[in-house]
Design a protein around this ligand. Sequence first.
Ligand SMILES: [Zn+2]
Length: 217
Amino acid sequence: MMISVSTGLYIIPLVRYMSSLKMPFSLRKQLKNHFIIGFVLFGVSFTEFIKPFLRDVRKLEEGVIMNIRGQEYLIMGGLGIVTADLPQGNDLAGTKRHGANFGCRNCFANKKNFVDNNFDIITKARYLHEIMELINKRNSIESSSRQLEFNTKYGLSKKPSPFSLLQFDPFTQIPQDAYHAISGKIACLIESTIEILSKRGENDFIKYWKNFEMPSS
Ligand SMILES: [Zn+2]
């Protein structure tokens, strides 16, 4: 008899380690439950580095029979979540970096839409099947300059997502990192606060800011 067991993995590309999503969070966060995939030297492409690992995950998606204490089990699994910071997350999703006109890996917001409260994030989201169609369309263009134009129009990077051989949706399974999601807004808030202060108020603000109490260690 075969018992099917499902599992899920997540990778953190900057440190290149993985953990099992089957574990409860209390166990998952422990250092001993993080498994290092490998260390990547500077200048080595992440795509090349991760290829052998992805081939193994591909096998796991199809199912691997393992004999555990005389009993055969069908083990299936896949990649659950990849965490990365903003620039690398965009690289891994196969989209342009955040400075581009369409530099959001989750939707087609351009720079003007960033302050638009009415922007419809559901209809303008990046859906995997639509992006696959766009990529096929781009690859069928013969002229390389027209291909570049096409990439600019849709914020696609030249290289596809390294995870495209897996059952994996990079637009929903690579979450945005908290720092990059709020740092721009906080800078805006501080700038607007400073703007409404008088010169004396500004000096006081800076004085308090600089003397902000820090923990001694
Ligand atoms: Zn977006």
